[in-house]
Design a protein around this ligand. Structure first.
Ligand code: COA
Length: 396
C-alpha cells in the first residue's frame, strides 16, 4: 500500500500574548497553579482584526511557500470557532491563498477533534488517488469567560498540513481507534461567544475517551505500547498531556512518564488552540528531537462532546530538513504583549456581529479581518502593504 501521511506542517499564532504570571497576579492566584498545575506559561490572544480565517490562512501560506499547491483539490478547514453558520472558513482562506477554482473548500466541526477528522478524511482522499494532495487547516480561538477556571487555558493559533502520498514528515498508519460518546462537558451555544464548560467532567471524559480509543486501536490490530516510541496528546493545557500519559501508562502497564517526548513546548506558550493543539504538539516533538527518523509516534486527539481517536505514524527519514526548526519559536517570540488591562478590554469587546463595521488595523500578519460590509465579512491580503507597526508605532 502507498505510504500516505503528513508531508509538511506549519503553525501560526495570534498577534498578541498574555503572560500567565501577570494574569495570576491580577486574579490573586498563586502563579504555580497556572505555570505548574496547568503547565501553561502564556496564551496567544487575537488582535481585533484577526480570527480563525486570518490565522489559518497565515499557517497555510507558510506551508504552501515550501510545498506549492500542485495536486491540491481539497481544502479542509477544521474549527470550532468559525465565523459563519453557513459559509465555510475554507472558502475565505481559499481566496486569500489564491487557490484555483478547482480546489473544493469545506469546514469540519467536532470541538477539538475537528483537525483529526480533517486529517483522516484527507488520508482517505489520497488513498483513493495518490496523485492528489489535500490542504488541511485547523484554527481556533479558545475563549472562556473572564475569572472562570478556563480563563488561563485560553489561546489562539492554527496548524496547516499538506497530506500526500510518500510524505516527507510522517507516514500515518492505517489502523486507528475511535471513541464517541454523548457528553455535556463543553459546548458553545449559537448565541454565546465563550464556551460553556464543566472543566472537571471534561478532564474525566478526555481520559475515558483515551482508554476507550486505545482499546479500539488494539482490538483492530494497532501497535502495542512497547512498539510506540513517543506519544503526543491533545493539550488543552500541557499538564493534561502528562495526566493522559500517566493514565494510559496505568491502563497498558507502561512505566509512567516514559516516552512522552518533548511535545509540550509550543502549547505551553500558545495556550489552547483547540483543533490545532495536537498538531502544534507534533510540531514541537519533531522540532525538539533530531533522532526520530523511523520512530513510531502515537497521537491522541480529543474533542469534547465527545470524540477521541488514537492513531500512529512513523517519522520519515530526512524529516528534520523539511521545516525550519526555529520557525514556531520565532513566531512566538514576535508576539506583541498585552497588559492584563489591555487583555480584559479586548476580551470584553463584543465580537463583530453582522452589522457593518470597519476593524482597526493591528495585526502584522499576511491577512486581516477588515470588517463587515453589506453584512458580509471582508478580509484583506496585507502581505504587500506597510506593516501595522510601522503605521501605528506598534501600539495596541
Ligand atoms: N502550585 C502548583 N500546582 C497547583 C497550585 C500551586 N500553587 N495550585 C493548584 N495547583 C494544581 C492543582 O493541584 C491541579 O493539579 P492536579 O490536577 O494535578 O491535581 C492543577 O493545579 C489545577 O488546579 P484545579 O484546582 O484543578 O484547577 P481548576 O479547577 O481551577 O481548573 C480546569 C482546572 C481544567 C477545570 C480548568 O482550567 C478548565 O475548566 N479548563 C477548560 C476545560 C479544559 O481545558 N478541559 C480539559 C479537557 S478537554
Amino acid at each position: 500500500m502507498t505510504a500516505v501521511g503528513i508531508h509538511d506542517l506549519a503553525i501560526a499564532t495570534a498577534h498578541h500574548v498574555v503572560g500567565l504570571a501577570d494574569l495570576a497576579a491580577r486574579r490573586d492566584v498563586d502563579p504555580g497553579k497556572y505555570l505548574v498545575g496547568l503547565g501553561q506559561e502564556s496564551m496567544s490572544f487575537p488582535a481585533e482584526d484577526e480570527d480563525v480565517v486570518t490565522m489559518g490562512a497565515a499557517a497555510a501560506r507558510t506551508l504552501l511557500h515550501r510545498t506549492g499547491a500542485d495536486g491540491v483539490r481539497w481544502l479542509l478547514f477544521a474549527t470550532e470557532s468559525g465565523v459563519d453558520q453557513s459559509k465555510s472558513a475554507a472558502v475565505y482562506a481559499h481566496r486569500l491563498l489564491g487557490l484555483p477554482p478547482s480546489v473544493r473548500a469545506v469546514e469540519l466541526k467536532q470541538a477539538c477533534y475537528g483537525g483529526t477528522a480533517a486529517l483522516q478524511t484527507a488520508l482517505g482522499i489520497v488513498h483513493r488517488d495518490p496523485a492528489e494532495r489535500v490542504l488541511v487547516i485547523a484554527a481556533d480561538v479558545a475563549r472562556y469567560a473572564l475569572h472562570s477556571p478556563g480563563e488561563p487555558t485560553q489561546g489562539a493559533g492554527a496548524a496547516a498540513m499538506l497530506v500526500s502520498a510518500d510524505p516527507a514528515l510522517l507516514e500515518v498508519e492505517p489502523v486507528s481507534g475511535v471513541a464517541t460518546a454523548d457528553v455535556d462537558d463543553f459546548w458553545r451555544p449559537n448565541d454565546a461567544s465563550t464556551a460553556v464548560v464543566d472543566g472537571r467532567l471534561s478532564v474525566s471524559a478526555y481520559l475515558a475517551a483515551l482508554k476507550s480509543a486505545w482499546d479500539d486501536h488494539r482490538a483492530r490490530g494497532g501497535a502495542t505500547a512497547s512498539e510506540i516510541d513517543r506519544f503526543v496528546y491533545h493539550q488543552p493545557f500541557t499538564r493534561m498531556a502528562e495526566k493522559a500519559h500517566a493514565a494510559l501508562a496505568r491502563h497498558v502497564g507502561l512505566p509512567d512518564g516514559e516516552r512522552l517526548g518533548s511535545g509540550l513546548e509550543y502549547n505551553r506558550r500558545l495556550g489552547n488552540t483547540y483543533t490545532a493543539s495536537l498538531y502544534a504538539a507534533l510540531a514541537a516533538l519533531l522540532d525538539g528531537d533530531d533522532a526520530l527518523a523511523g520512530r513510531r509516534i502515537g497521537l491522541f486527539s480529543y474533542g469534547s462532546g465527545s470524540v477521541g481517536e488514537f492513531f500512529t505514524g512513523v517519522v520519515r527519514p530526512g524529516y528534520d530538513a523539511v521545516r525550519p526548526r526555529d520557525e514556531v519559536t520565532r513566531a512566538l517570540a514576535a508576539r506583541v504583549p498585552l497588559s492584563v488591562d489591555e487583555y480584559e478590554r479586548l476580551h470584553a469587546a463584543r465580537p463583530t456581529g453582522s452589522a457593518d463595521a470597519v476593524t482597526r488595523r493591528v495585526t502584522d500578519g499576511p491577512y486581516r479581518f477588515a470588517g463587515v460590509r453589506s453584512r458580509a465579512r471582508r478580509y484583506e491580503n496585507t502581505a504587500d502593504r506597510p506593516s501595522a507597526a510601522a503605521e501605528q508605532g506598534g501600539s495596541v
